[in-house]
Design a protein around this ligand. Structure first.
Ligand SMILES: C[S@@+](CC[C@H](N)C(=O)[O-])C[C@H]1O[C@@H](n2cnc3c(N)ncnc32)[C@H](O)[C@@H]1O
Length: 232
């Protein structure tokens, strides 16, 4: 039987950016992103769906410290030159080292410290080629998420998200993440995220104007759920 989608607050969203528990949880997150090869998965989806159209502008929603986006950028930069990346998060935590990482690729980087809904509700006149999210859009209930996806579809030609896969098995597996050294905040948030995650074609069902888009949605591995929407 499918686990019902359930939203609860995540500790990392509420802890001050410089709290040692928040720093530890972000380090754990980076380790888990790397362990599950999420930057490879995201890069593959972007490359596959962008096809030969090289994006010029890329907006990452809920980008955190930007290190995940940088690891995806490093995979794409040899084929995607001169991209302008916008890292949006409610916390301002992108380090100078991470910024230099983008510059070293020949890319430009901009950080936007704002609530995602406030940012997307402003009228944007310039289209954004690509919008992505990693472990972010599960934060929101269906109604708000449908609004967010509607704005993403309005602003861009390609949207890709890698999110938690909602299943009892994934929750059980994640309970064990303390055994590989993950801290309390990470373990709490990972379980909450999986219960708020997605399964089946739930994100496709929330995407607007499906006739004008090609959608791909599937599970990846044991804990990840991927969604891509490309304007046809
Ligand atoms: C689980 S973390 C993922 C960070 C990053 N994508 C990664 O994979 O390392 C979720 C991020 O969403 C941000 N966030 C949560 N709610 C937000 C909102 N309403 N607007 C903007 N950012 C938000 C948090 O600050 C946090 O950095």
């Amino acid at each position: 039987m499918t686990l019902t989608r359930r939203l609860e607050p995540e500790l990392l969203d509420e802890l001050p950016a410089h709290d040692p528990r928040a720093r530890r949880a972000r380090r754990d997150l980076a380790r888990i992103n790397s362990l599950f090869g999420l930057s490879r998965v995201m890069a593959r989806l972007l490359e596959q769906h962008a096809q030969s159209k090289f994006p010029r502008t890329w907006l990452e929603l809920g980008a955190g410290d930007g290190t995940f986006t940088l690891s995806v950028a490093r995979r794409l930069a040899p084929r995607w030159p001169n991209v302008h990346v916008m890292l949006l998060d409610q916390q301002n935590i992108v380090s100078d080292e991470t910024r230099r990482g983008f510059v070293a690729l020949g890319w430009t980087v901009e950080t936007i410290t704002e609530d995602v809904f406030a940012f997307l509700s402003r009228a944007h006149t310039t289209p954004i080629d690509v919008i992505t999210a990693n472990l972010f859009i599960h934060h929101f209930p269906d109604e708000r998420l449908a609004w967010l996806l509607e704005r993403a579809a309005h602003l861009s030609n390609l949207f890709v998200a890698c999110e938690p896969q909602r299943s009892r098995f994934a929750v059980r597996l994640t309970r064990l993440s303390w055994t590989i050294g993950c801290g309390e905040v990470f373990v709490h948030d990972a379980i909450v995220s999986l219960r708020a995650g997605f399964t089946g074609k739930e994100l496709s069902g929330l995407w607007p104007r499906q006739d004008a888009w090609r959608l791909e949605e599937n599970e990846h591995g044991l804990v990840t759920h991927c969604f891509a929407a490309v304007r046809s």
